[in-house]
Structure formats: C-alpha cells, structure tokens
Design a protein around this ligand. Sequence first.
Ligand code: G3P
Length: 219
Amino acid sequence: MRLPIIIVNFKNYESATGENALKLAQIHQEVSRETGVSFAVCVQASDLYRVSQSVEIPVFAQHIDPVTYGSHTGSVLPEAVKQAGAYGTLLNHAERQLSLDVLEASIKRAKEVGLFTCVCANTPEAAAEIAKFNPDLIAVEPPELIGGDISISNAKPEVIRNAVSMVKNVKILVGAGVKTSEDVKKAIELGASGVLLASGVTKAKNPYEVLTDLAKGLL
Ligand code: G3P
C-alpha cells in the first residue's frame, strides 16, 4: 500500500452500506485512477467480500476480534476477514475502543493472518503507547472533532506535530473533521503520511467531487 494515502472509513452510514458501499468504493477507485493518489476504504464486515471482489484499491475491515477458529459466536474472525478479501483492518477506532491487552492481541492475530493494521489513537501519548505493538500505521483522531466541521489540521495542528515527533517507528495518519484538500495538505506539511476520514465523503452530495478535491491535497 502506497503512502501518503487517503483512507475513508464507511462506518455504518447508509450511503456506505451494502450496494451503496460498492458504488462508493468504485468512486474511490475511479478517483484513484484519475489522480494517481492512493486511496483505501474501510467497510463493514458484511460488505468486505462484495467490495473486495469489485475494486483493486485496498479494502479494510473496521475491526477484528483476537479470536481463532472455533466457538466464538458473533466475533469477527481475522481469518474470515482475510478470506473475504480484506487487505487490512482498522483497530481501536474511537467508536470501537479496545483495552491495551486486547489491542495487542488483535494486532498479533492480524499479523498472523497477513492483515495490514491501521490502529487509531485518541492522543499522541496513546499513539506512543500503541507504537510499542508495532502496527503498520497509527491514525490519530481527537474524538471531540470526529464527525464535526472543524478539522484536526485547523483546530489541533499541535496534535499532528506531537504525534509525528513522539512516534518514530510507525507512520502517522491523522483524522477528524477532514473535508478538503487544504486539510489534507496541512496534515502532510505537519508530517502526517495521510488522512483517515468519514463524514466528509459519506455525507457528501457528490462524493466524486469531494474525493477529487481531497486528492489534490496530495498532488
Ligand atoms: O475514522 C474516521 C473518523 O473517525 C473521522 O470521522 O467524520 O470526522 O471524518 P469524520
């Protein structure tokens, strides 16, 4: 997977569920092809297979559980996610937080099955703790800015700066409130290797236009 990257988390938005997830992922692929910018999408577990089958950009799960084959009803089995075609998984999103020991076990399981890990952290300090588990990427997102209209790049540039300076062994993505190419550009200038966002795309009237604009932040 090529950095810098724009990763879009589909969460459980209606515009990004089922058939809509498929269409939205295809738009990401189209913009990626047109601009040459690296994009990935994080879809619900139930959409992993359908989306992975029809796009070539990396598809992420939103979560996995640190379980193995067996009697774990309702768990998201890493092997199943891999077999469904996922490239990687998000872990520890602010909306799906894990204790440090569960997170460590989840990263280990992801690595065992060959899933790329992008682990979320609420603060630079949390990112530094998580970095000890050697995930592939860490996405720092101040929870109070998630889903809002003010981006981390504008409201909390120091969070980006601090995360980048405190974590040396893992590349940092940043997110929360990211909506425009300016937000992306600023995040990169501050040392981030890309952005993680959701509502700017999933709630957009014209996702193609928004994605094309976001891509400009990396050109
Ligand atoms: O996972 C990305 C996310 O939490 C940020 O959400 O809606 O602020 O871009 P949003």
